[in-house]
Design a protein around this ligand. Structure first.
Ligand code: NAD
Length: 438
């Protein structure tokens, strides 16, 4: 079997690499020629644990190829996956320009029957738009070639993407005929030997499932963040409350960790897009709108704590920042709460010393020379008036507090992810500010 994957970002690269691991011949395409050059030599342009060895192995076996030429990729392919970005447009809707550009190219180049499957997160109705775009191109060249559409949204988590793809909890496939469903079932067969389900549904339901999943997860985050803020006001401890509610099996303990707001390339844009989709149809998603509003507030909670600790005067204060990526185990800094905090601190006249184990290069694209990029986590707190922990990388969990106390100008920690024990920090001579902690 041969497939093509268009777009080699976090989703496309993991998808292509993991399919090649099952013996499928995969050609991955990207218009970014630098990326393709790197990939051809086995270099992974993103930080994603476990990806590199699988990629190298399959390149060596000749099952995983990279090209910038879509024509070369789609010849003889049974399935073409579209995995390009769908960034937010100015009005909050998902911008489909990359997806539809790829659809045009597919229409111009296919020479035989193929299934076109969307991996990108796209609003309901996009498969129809892709279908029309491809058909228009086929009509232009009087081509009798036929094709089918499938919606196959991706649920991988950056930082655990390989594991999520190889052992998915479920696979969602939207189709409108049995033949397409059978092709997709065959392709996914090796990933569901653990009996996790492949859920077949109509295309619109599959497209909406992805948005509904992200909106639900974002809702849990905003809910627990609001409870944590209320704990701050009431003098309660969110860790106690979290454990209290999480032990109710109807609620469960996953995804109710308070912090500095959700970021990344998915939740913020997908929440915006589903609000826009509904709004365009005259329906207001009140809960999800509130989730977004609560998250906008939460992204400023640590800034507000720092600002008030220094009595509103941050000019010349040095703040050490631990963590730049939007979450651990990824170098992705899109919509990162840490970058948001850094920008607010800089605007208030603070000096920033920042460190992240993997995301320094990505962060530089956003923060440029406005901050000092530290050589390690201790260098980041040298002479600092406070430290803010913004991404809970494993290596930040048990630091040498004595060493930190020696290096810092004053011993204050703002814990934007609630990873430290306030009592332990107090014993080590630190003032501690978490989110909703006593
Ligand atoms: P990304 O920005 O990391 O990668 C997109 C890639 O597509 C880029 O390398 C870009 O050069 C390439 N591209 C754009 N236009 C192209 C074209 N015309 N031809 C060839 N290549 C082209 O994006 P991503 O994070 O991988 O996300 C891709 C899609 O998957 C989005 O819709 C996203 O919402 C969705 N998604 C992302 C995640 C995630 O964790 N990142 C998870 C699930 C779903």
């Amino acid at each position: 079997m041969k497939i093509a994957v268009i777009g080699t970002g976090y989703v496309g690269l993991v998808t292509g690499t993991c399919f090649s691991e099952t013996g499928v011949n995969v050609v991955c395409v990207d218009k970014d020629t630098d990326k393709i050059l790197k990939l051809k030599t086995g270099q992974v342009p993103i930080f994603e644990p476990g990806l590199e060895p699988i990629l190298k192995r399959n390149i060596e076996k000749g099952r995983l190829l990279f090209t910038s030429d879509i024509k070369e990729a789609i010849v003889d392919s049974e399935v073409i996956f579209i995995a390009v970005g769908t960034p937010p447009g100015e009005d909050g809707s998902a911008d489909l320009k990359h997806v539809l550009a790829v659809a045009s190219e597919i229409g111009q180049e296919i020479t035989g029957y193929v299934v076109v499957a969307t991996k990108s997160t796209v609003p309901v109705g996009t498969a129809e738009k892709i279908r029309k775009t491809i058909q228009t191109e086929l009509d232009k060249r009087n081509s009798p070639v036929s094709f089918d559409m499938a919606s196959n949204p991706e649920f991988l988590k950056e930082g655990a993407a390989v594991e999520d793809f190889l052992r998915p909890e479920r696979i969602i496939i939207g189709v409108d005929n049995e033949k397409t469903g059978e092709t997709m079932r065959r392709l996914y067969q090796p990933f569901v030997l653990n009996n996790h389900p492949v859920l077949f549904m109509d295309i619109a339901s599959a497209e909406l499932t992805k948005y509904a999943a992200n909106a639900m997860l974002a809702t849990r985050i905003s809910f627990i963040n609001e409870m944590a803020n209320l704990c701050d006001i009431l003098g309660a401890d969110i860790n106690m409350v979290r454990r209290g509610i999480g032990s109710d099996s109807r609620i469960g303990s996953k995804f109710i960790y308070p912090g500095s707001g959700y970021g990344g390339s998915c939740f913020p844009k997908d929440v915006k897009a589903i609000i826009k989709t509904a709004g365009d149809l005259g329906y207001e998603l009140n809960v999800i709108k509130a989730v977004e509003k609560a998250n906008d507030f939460q992204k400023n909670v640590i800034f507000n704590k720092i600002h008030s600790y220094f009595d509103g005067s941050l000019k010349g204060k040095t703040i050490g920042i631990w963590g730049l990526s939007f979450k651990p185990k990824t170098d992705d800094t899109r919509e990162s709460s840490s970058i948001h905090l850094i920008n607010r601190l800089i605007d208030s006249g603070a000096v920033i010393r920042a460190y992240d184990p993997e995301a320094m290069e990505e962060a530089k694209k956003q923060t440029g020379d406005k901050i000092y990029y530290a050589t390690d986590q201790y260098d980041a707190v040298k002479g600092a008036d406070a430290m803010a922990l913004m991404t809970e990388w494993a290596e930040f969990h048990l630091p040498d507090f004595k060493k930190m106390a020696d290096l810092m100008n004053s011993n204050v920690i703002f814990d934007g992810r609630n990873i430290y024990d306030p009592a332990e920090l107090q014993r080590n001579g630190f003032e501690y500010f978490g989110i909703g902690r006593r």
